[in-house]
Design a protein around this ligand. Structure first.
Ligand SMILES: [Mn+2]
Length: 373
């Protein structure tokens, strides 16, 4: 295997080969030989058909990973499709191959046929088929090989699971998967741009979850491979619409409230406001992080009303585990500093529940601190 790309990295890849190999084995070593061999075998088969699925409401990491992997399949001459349970947001459509994805909502028959025909199903940036929306019943029934490449805890059992919760993003991990399996020469500017998109967006622009040297080694390799960082930043962070600016302004001026007793900022956004400001997917990207810039705020929660449910997005500073709050009370989960949840309750009830469970949450944190002393 090729390890030259990252000489100082003794990365642990937690590999769970299940249906291909009868025994579940956990490996802790540099990119495992088994991963490389299995991927080469699965995609190297004559007329192999590959299908890629991101999670529901795909973000920059999911889109970057899907874009990069599809481009690699193109270079290998492997037939590949990308299907989503909903849609990629507009602000990620500049990524190569993303506009060629097909939504199950628009083409259910075509998506089901692709599933039947696929030799390999890649699950990117999610740890469970429960995050595939309306596709879940069909992907669960899929009998072929399932390869998961992800960085969330507690992955489902699949044929080949490449999961590492320490990496910044699925894209960081995917860089290693791609270069170990097919050589670093396969990475060109468009693939590097896609992988960097995931690293940058999943870390809030190298803000959180990005203190491992390995992340920067991958970025260095991407720059060597032709990454156009200025172009990616322009596409991701320097494009606004007037309505988006106004929506952000309204949320910060009129909606943001800080709890009296706990260092929690809450931004409730109603459906009516989204319509008023001509909301498009991605328009609220990053909003939840803004209140954390206030010294006295340690947790920020954006509560967004959708047609059929209310979505919550949690962010925190330092070692405050917002994934615990999201998991225990809001049908969600995620990372220590960034988590999500959802409830089918009126938005006012969800905000009330946040306020009512704040005491419990901070009590848990104090208990954890005392017990770790
Ligand atoms: Mn991710």
């Amino acid at each position: 295997m090729e390890t030259k790309g990252r000489p100082s990295v003794a990365l642990a890849f937690y590999v769970l080969p299940c249906s291909l190999f009868s025994k579940v084995i956990s490996y802790f070593c540099a990119m495992d030989k088994n991963v490389i061999e299995t991927l080469r075998k699965l995609t190297g088969k004559r007329d192999a058909r590959v299908l890629i699925v991101p999670h529901i409401s795909p973000d920059g990491d999911a889109a970057g990973a899907c874009s990069a992997l599809w481009q690699v399949m193109d270079k290998l001459g492997v037939e590949c499709h990308l299907m989503t349970c909903d849609y990629f947001p507009e602000y990620l459509k500049w990524l190569t191959r993303i506009p060629d994805s097909v939504s199950y909502q628009q083409h259910p028959i075509r998506c089901k046929r692709w599933l039947q025909e696929a030799d390999v199903l890649f699950m990117l940036d999610h740890n469970t088929m429960a995050r595939e929306g309306d596709l879940e019943p069909f992907t669960r029934e899929y009998k072929g090989n399932v390869v998961m490449i992800d960085h969330h805890p507690d992955p489902d059992e699949v044929t080949l699971c490449v999961s590492d919760t320490r990496v910044s993003s699925t894209c960081e991990l995917l860089y290693d998967v791609i270069t170990s399996t097919w050589g670093k020469e396969i990475i060109d500017t468009d693939i590097a741009n896609a992988l960097y998109t995931g690293i940058s967006t999943d870390t809030g622009g190298l803000n959180h979850n990005s203190s491992r040297p390995e992340t920067y080694l991958v970025i260095a390799r991407l720059l060597e491979a032709g990454l156009d960082k200025a172009y990616v930043h322009e596409e991701l962070y320097q494009k606004n619409t007037l309505s988006r600016l106004r929506l952000t302004g309204n949320c910060l001026l009129n909606k943001l409230e800080v709890d009296e007793n706990f260092p929690v900022a809450i931004i409730p956004v109603t459906l009516q406001e989204l319509e008023q400001y001509h909301y498009k997917d991605g328009d609220l990207e990053g909003l939840v992080n803004i209140p954390l810039s206030v010294e006295s705020v340690s947790v920020s929660v954006q509560v967004t009303e959708r047609k059929d449910r209310v979505k919550l997005s949690f962010r925190s500073k330092g070692d405050i585990p917002v994934n615990l709050w999201a998991k225990t009370h809001f049908n969600g989960g995620g990372h220590l500093n960034a988590a999500g949840g959802q409830l089918q309750l009126p938005i006012e009830e969800v905000v009330k529940k946040l306020k009512e469970t704040s005491g419990w949450f901070f009590g848990e944190i104090i208990k954890m601190k005392l017990s770790s002393r």
